[in-house]
Design a protein around this ligand. Structure first.
Ligand code: FEO
Ligand code: CA
Ligand code: CA
Ligand code: CA
Length: 594
């Protein structure tokens, strides 16, 4: 047999070389399958996918478009099965519909798009005791939630006048979830889903807060406002306030109404991942993915109840409704004059410093002068502005290490840093015109996730390792893979951080990487896979025997369409391109990377 490749435990595979191949490339000795594609039927009565006979009714029972966050949850009593939960961030009509006319979408096309957004719950079955997974069609837990399903607003801002509309005078019942990007899995068996770029769905914004959230003042590109007036803010000014939240879903209860948790604030939520305090209270870390926006955390005032009793489950579904919302302010420990925007290491050899969590609101009490608690929750970005939070390079996914408690923040890029009229480089965001991004490592004081202060340092400054303005936690740079635009992050059981990328700027397709965070190999980054043309890598779930990724927006290249595809993935030439979930495992049946 061949010698085992070197690397930290869990990362012993031969790194995949950067490439532009129109396929998923995995390391030697590994196999893959497409677990589920856009349009595959998962609910009773849903038809097989036919790209030329799409309907909203069919799509509402089929796997949605543009899979992003993935979670795999255990399913007791059903051998070899797990519950897959997936986000469907957005639709790309030009790649979905033959002959699509962006100037005049039809009602049917718009309703298909509504049904292709949202979330899927689908039970998956392992085949032949390998890593290979297949969906279990019509399983009773299978579920679709779309842009028209019912959601409940909960927590301190639920019922606020800011959330009331003509269709919902209670300010507590919302139709739909939109732009679900990344998310998280809670220790009490639910999933969290960030509503990210919700601004794009709303026309005719006019308020200062609409502007702060990037809502345009004219018609939208999608033109949904032609088919449902709630997407027209001139007619329904509060409807957009009902999006931009973290959604909590109980995938084990197919009849439950998912909740939008107002206590976690409203912004372009990339993701939300909890860690428990020593006394069992969840602390949820969250990024607002916008250039110069903020990093947040929510500290619950309630303790999780263990076990699976009905009482425990009901209690745990209230954990994210009571607590304190904080925003991060970071201070570097090197003189500000050492940061000229080139990314040169400061004289003390490290990008590092300390930080404080500034409280914004606790329950009904605001901590921000001039803002009510409701305003803090609904216009959280404005609250962050007022208290002087640190303007970061697009905070994407945030993940606490289950091993060490240290928190890893993917700051994907920020090409506006240092431009005229914009903030320049600082120790945490040390490069102007930052194309490649960085990963920040945060250690809470006394290792207490509820602490009001922390230490931080940059773990990775991404890019081509030959570029002097890169840093891999001090590991020799001739032994690492190039990486650009870190987006989603996840941990394996060995304590390695896995990083997926979106928009890599180094001439290779996007991919998935693993990196050790502890020990002698800390900073040794290795590429595990690459994705097809036009795609971004999302969702990663790292289990002992499999890696699961969401291949999002394959074929999304300027000028591409159904008639002129830029990719032939996953089904080959002549077949429509379909965003899909892929499982990867070792051919010899052993664990990943050992
Ligand atoms: Fe939807 Fe920030 O990625
Ligand atoms: Ca320093
Ligand atoms: Ca993302
Ligand atoms: Ca992304």
């Amino acid at each position: 047999p061949k010698p085992t490749p070197s690397g930290a435990r869990g990362l012993r595979f031969t790194a995949v070389a950067p490439n532009k191949d129109d396929k998923v490339t995995v390391p030697d000795g590994y196999a893959q399958n497409v677990v589920i594609r856009w349009g595959e039927p998962i609910l009773r009565g849903a038809p097989a996918f036919d790209p030329d006979k799409q309907s909203a009714k069919a799509q509402a029972g089929q796997f949605g478009y543009n899979n992003d966050f993935l979670s795999l949850l255990p399913l007791r009593g059903e051998r070899g099965r797990q519950v897959l939960v997936a986000n469907h961030e957005y639709t790309d009509e030009i790649l979905m519909f033959r002959g699509y006319d962006p100037a005049s979408p039809t009602r049917e096309q718009v309703e298909i798009a509504w049904a292709a957004h949202g979330l899927s719950v689908v039970v998956v079955q392992e085949e032949n005791r390998t890593g290979k997974l297949a969906p279990v069609n019509r399983h009773p837990l299978n579920r679709r939630l779309t842009a028209t399903s019912e959601f409940r607003m909960t927590g301190p801002a639920a019922g606020s006048p800011l959330l009331r509309t003509s269709a919902d005078r209670t300010g507590s019942k919302v139709l739909g979830t939109l732009n679900n990007c990344a998310g998280g899995t809670t220790p009490w068996g639910t999933t969290l889903h960030g509503e990210e770029n919700f601004n794009q769905y709303f026309a005719n914004g006019s308020s200062d807060t609409d502007k702060r959230y990037g809502i345009g003042t004219a018609a939208t590109e999608r033109k949904w406002e032609r088919f449902d007036k709630r997407f027209d803010l001139a007619q329904e000014p509060n409807e957009a306030n009902r999006f931009g939240w973290v959604v909590e879903l109980d995938p084990y209860d197919p009849d439950s109404t998912p909740r939008k948790r107002t206590a976690l604030g409203r912004f372009k939520h990339e993701a939300a991942q909890p860690r428990l305090t020593a006394d069992g209270r969840p602390v949820v870390y969250m990024g607002d993915d916008e250039r110069f926006d903020y990093l947040y955390k929510f500290v619950s005032s309630k303790r999780m109840k263990k076990g699976n009793s009905r009482a425990a489950r009901e209690h745990n579904l209230t954990l994210l409704d009571e607590g304190t919302l904080y925003v991060a302010k970071l201070t570097g420990d090197s003189p500000a004059g050492e940061f000229d925007g080139t990314g040169k290491l400061p004289s003390d050899g490290e990008f590092d410093g300390s930080g404080v969590w500034i409280p914004l609101a606790t329950g009904e009490t605001s901590h921000v002068p001039g803002m009510s608690a409701d305003e803090v929750y609904v216009f959280t970005r404005v609250a962050g502005d007022k208290v002087g939070a640190t303007k970061m390079d697009r905070p994407e996914d945030v993940e606490p290490s289950p091993r060490t408690g240290r928190v890893y923040v993917a700051l994907t890029n920020n090409t506006d840093r240092g431009k005229a009229g914009k903030p320049g480089a600082d120790e945490a965001n040390p490069r102007n015109a930052n194309k490649h991004g960085q990963i920040l490592e945060l250690a809470e004081n006394w290792d207490d996730p509820a602490a009001d202060g922390f230490a931080w340092r940059l773990f990775l400054v991404a890019g081509d390792p030959e570029d002097p303005a890169t840093y891999f936690a001090g590991f020799p740079k001739d032994k690492v893979s190039p990486i650009s635009c870190p987006d989603n992050v996840a941990f394996d059981d060995h304590g390695n951080l896995w990083i997926s990328t979106d928009g890599a700027q180094l001439g290779s397709h996007d991919g998935l990487f693993g990196v050790a965070t502890q020990g002698e190999r800390r900073g040794e980054l290795k590429q595990f896979l690459t994705v097809p043309t036009g795609a971004e890598t999302c969702g990663p779930v790292i289990q002992d025997r499999r890696v699961l990724v969401a291949v999002q927006h394959p074929g999304e290249v300027d000028g591409a369409s159904v008639e002129k595809p830029a990719s032939a993935w996953p089904d080959g030439p002549g077949r429509i391109v379909r965003p899909s979930v892929v499982a990867v495992w070792r051919k010899d049946g052993a664990d990943i990377g050992v």
